[in-house]
Design a protein around this ligand. Structure first.
Ligand code: SF4
Length: 402
C-alpha cells in the first residue's frame, strides 16, 4: 500500500478535498491462479509433492535450500548440482516454476537503489524496490497488482484492483532482492538483505491470508524459509481494522505501519476513503492493541502534502492522538509525479510539523526519499510501461516512498 497523487484537485488549507464516493472493491475478481510454488507450501506439503513425483522427500528440502539460502530461482537449474540431472526438470517444474520476470530494472542513488518492474505469469506488472542504507538493505514489495482502496491521491487506487498476488509472488520479490544484494549488485559490494517493507503496490491486509503465508515463509528459519527476523519486516495498512486485529493474534511480531495521512475524519475520509468504514479512532485503537499485544512500536505513516494536511493545527491534532503511545511517526515528503498537482510540503512547513510532534515527545523522522530520478515511487514504472497483447492493464500508480 502506498500513496499516490493521481489527479489534480483544488484544495484550500482548511477544506477537505471533495471526492466522489466510490465503491471499495475489497476482493479481486476471479482470475487464473499463479503457478503453485514451494513458497506457497508448508515443508510437509513440499515433501508430499516430491514423493508424489516419485522422488525422495528430502529432495524438496534440497530445492528449498537452493531457493531460500542460495537465492536460486527458476532458470538456475544448472547451479543445483546436488539434484540428479534426471530429476531436476520435474522437481523444478513442480517446486520452482517461473513466477516473475524482470521487465525493466532501473538504478539510481549512485547504485544504492534498484527498482524492478516485474511481469507475472499473466502479464500483470508489479514493482519492487531494493535500497541500500549504511546499516541495512531493504526491499519494498508489492502485495497486490493494483489496489481497491481508492485513495484519490493515488493513481493505483484510481486504476482499481487487478488481482491479489500469491504468497510465492510476494516471497519471490524478496528472494530476488536478497540474491541481488548477496551478489553485490548494489553499490558498496555484497550485502545481506535485512529488511522487508510491504509498502509497494496494494493494501497488504486486503490480501490477508496470503500476506500472512508470505510472512511465515519470510521468517521461517532457513532452509524452510528465508530466515528474516519478524522485527525487520513491516506491514503497512490504511487501516483495515478487522485485519489488524487478526494480525494482532497471528503470533507474528512484525512492525505494523498505519498510513494515517490525516488526524481528523473530515480530511481522512477524503484522502483515505476506507476511513468512512473504519475512522481514525477505530484504526488507532486497533493499532494500540497491536502495540500492547506484540510489544512492537507502531509506525504512523503521514504523507506531507503541501497545504493539504501539513498545517500546524493538524500537527497538534496528530500529536494529541499519539502522545504517550508506543509509536513512531514517519513523515513522507510527497514524491512528485508527472501530471500531478499536489506537491511535497515546503521545508519550513515540514520542519514546523516535526517540531510540534517532537515537542509532545513523539519520535518523529522524515523519510529519506529514494529514486526520484527513476520514478522509484512505487507504481511509476508500471504506469509508464507499455501494455502488450498478453499484458493486463498495468497498475497506473504514482506513489511516494514509504
Ligand atoms: S489506493 Fe491503495 S495503494 Fe494507493 S494509497 Fe490507497 S491503499 Fe495505498
Amino acid at each position: 500500500m502506498t500513496w499516490h497523487t493521481g489527479r489534480a484537485m483544488a484544495l484550500s488549507s482548511s477544506a477537505a478535498p471533495s471526492v466522489p464516493a466510490r465503491p471499495l472493491p475489497l476482493v479481486a475478481a476471479p482470475r487464473p491462479r499463479p503457478p503453485r510454488h514451494l513458497a506457497d507450501l508448508t515443508t510437509a506439503q513440499r515433501r508430499e509433492l516430491a514423493v508424489s513425483l516419485g522422488e525422495p522427500a528430502f529432495r524438496a528440502d534440497q530445492v528449498a535450500r537452493h531457493y531460500f539460502a542460495r537465492y536460486l530461482r527458476a532458470g538456475d537449474a544448472e547451479a543445483m548440482t546436488d539434484l540428479p540431472a534426471a530429476s531436476r526438470p520435474v522437481l523444478l517444474d513442480a517446486l520452482l516454476p517461473a513466477l516473475l520476470t524482470p521487465a525493466k530494472v532501473m538504478t539510481c542513488d549512485a547504485g544504492a537503489t534498484h527498482k524492478t518492474l516485474w511481469r507475472a505469469f499473466d502479464g500483470v506488472l508489479i514493482e519492487s524496490v531494493l535500497m541500500r542504507y549504511p546499516d541495512r538493505a531493504t526491499v519494498c514489495v508489492s502485495s497486490q497488482a493494483g489496489c481497491g482502496m481508492g485513495c484519490p491521491f493515488c493513481a493505483t487506487g484510481q486504476g482499481g484492483l487487478t488481482r491479489n498476488l500469491s504468497a510465492a509472488e510476494i516471497v519471490e520479490q524478496v528472494v530476488a532482492a536478497a540474491g541481488a544484494a548477496a551478489r553485490g549488485e548494489l553499490a558498496g559490494g555484497p550485502a545481506r538483505l535485512s529488511n522487508v517493507v510491504f509498502m509497494g503496490m496494494g493494501e497488504p491486509l486486503a490480501n490477508y491470508a496470503t500476506v500472512v503465508a508470505a510472512l511465515r515463509a519470510l521468517t521461517a528459519p532457513q532452509p524452510e524459509g528465508l530466515g528474516l527476523s519478524a522485527r525487520s519486516v513491516t506491514v503497512s495498512t490504511v487501516g483495515l481494522v478487522p485485519a489488524i486485529r487478526r494480525l494482532t493474534g497471528a503470533g507474528l511480531p512484525v512492525t505494523l505501519a498505519v498510513s494515517l495521512h490525516a488526524p481528523d475524519d473530515e480530511l481522512r475520509d477524503s484522502l483515505v476513503p476506507v476511513n468512512r468504514r473504519w475512522p481514525v479512532a477505530e484504526v488507532l485503537a486497533a493499532a494500540w492493541e497491536y502495540a500492547e499485544t506484540t510489544g512492537r512500536r507502531v509506525s504512523v505513516e503521514y504523507a506531507l502534502i503541501d497545504d493539504v494536511n501539513d498545517q500546524p493545527e493538524r500537527a497538534d491534532a496528530l500529536a494529541g492522538l499519539l502522545a504517550g503511545r508506543l509509536v513512531h511517526v514517519n513523515l513522507i515528503p510527497l514524491n512528485p509525479t508527472r501530471g500531478v498537482s499536489w506537491q511535497a510540503s515546503e521545508r519550513r512547513r515540514e520542519r514546523e510539523f516535526v517540531r510540534r510532534l517532537r515537542l509532545r515527545g513523539i519520535a518523529t523522522t522524515v523519510r529519506d526519499t529514494r529514486g526520484r530520478d527513476i520514478a522509484a515511487a512505487c507504481g511509476q514504472l508500471a504506469a509508464d510501461a507499455p501494455t502488450g497483447p498478453d499484458t493486463d492493464r498495468p497498475d497506473r500508480s504514482a506513489r511516494a516512498d514509504r
